[in-house]
Design a protein around this ligand. Sequence first.
Ligand code: AMP
Ligand code: ZN
Length: 469
Amino acid sequence: MRIYNTLSHKVEEFIPNVPGKVSMYTCGPTVYHFAHIGNLRSYIMEDVLEKYLRFTGLDVKRVMNITDVGHLTSDGDTGEDKMLKGAKREHKSVMDIAKFYTDAFFEDCKKLGIKTPDVVEPATGCIDEFIRVISSLLEKGYAYEAGGNIYFDTSKLKEYYVFHNFNEEDLEDGVREGVEKDENKKNKADFVLWFTKSKFDDQELKWDSPWGVGYPGWHIECSCISMKHLGERLDIHCGGIDNAFPHHTNEIAQSEAFLGHKWCNYWFHILHLNTNDGKMSKSKGEFLTVSLLEEKGYPAVVYRFFCLLSHYRKSLVFSWENLDNAKTAYNKIIQKVAALLKEQGGEVDKDSYDRLMKGFTDAMDNDLNTSNAITALYDVLKADTGAATKLKLIREFDKVLTLELIENAQKAQKEESAELPAEIEELVSKRAQARKEKNFALADELRDKITALGYKIEETRQGTKVTKL
Ligand code: AMP
Ligand code: ZN
């Protein structure tokens, strides 16, 4: 498989450190509010990546953190603490907020067909790890204490801005860091590893540390949680593009300073979902959540389909009209799959199977081109081959796409047939059997019976359709 690596700015062959195994880390949600559908675009595309790696036979171990402490509104060291902001907004404790929104996040993921990572670790469960790594960074001279906080000293690195050559768009909101000047910092790019003296006197969650009672910075949590579960060499690290700077840049700085060697080989970044008037937000305008889409008549799977229609490295504009088009297209696919289910039976044609499967794997091998993978799905639906071959391919594709194609086609079929009396159902299925056995005389006889009972039976491109006359 070939994949774009933000570190090299190239599409590269994906070669894991240990043949056959992949260590994959994903920046998890900051659980101070519901995830918006922009956040969820990132998690959907990461889910597709994980599933495709597995599909190619690789044994993936995926780890995700839950940010329940340390993330400030600026992504850097300025602004408000997001968790505290959420707690104040809802007059609850930080831990209550974290629990509620963690559950809500996984509920959304479930609806969207996103597999839960093998390991999910909240930051507040790893304080000892953070202290251990920060102590080592201090010992090695990569960190310093100033004004009560512990900072990472970026001037000690040969190269700090590892993701250089960014487009303006790529940098997005990361560049907001440094808006408020922190006089303690030796260099502008230095960042906090551990806060003790903070402007948040009312910070709820605090822990003892060798440097005083305080709490960790946001960046250190991902480095530590990743190293704890995936070891010293990480294959692939994922996140939305806004995470590349400063978050991932800081993760690389501290992890490699701590380890003394290269840490992660591939960086996978998803471009943003935007609205017509700009960036998606949890505070301004319409707060777009999975529940809101459902309320408006768009099942979560339609949103997943909408995301898969675009490449992850292109910004995507959300509009109700675009979502509506995706819904119509999705429903048509489901009708076609339902028709195939009616035709069941027959043998799989190996040549057609291999040819059509290649269309799918070529698309996915080419930097996870899900949009072309959907084209490969359309190619299957219109191919000149039997239902057995098509259904087998659809089942395989859906291991990665997770569009619930078979399940929803079965549901559609049930809804359709629920309206038919049992007697008609039986005649219809006997007729299908007769046609399969090429006993056309019997098939015609059964058709006449069905018509006599007041039902019309016709063959459409989507399969057999029975309606009341
Ligand atoms: P957060 O909960 O703010 O830490 O963000 C969770 C994930 O969503 C991160 O990987 C972000 O980079 C990503 N993200 C944030 N906004 C968007 C957006 N508009 N489109 C796609 N991904 C986003
Ligand atoms: Zn992270």
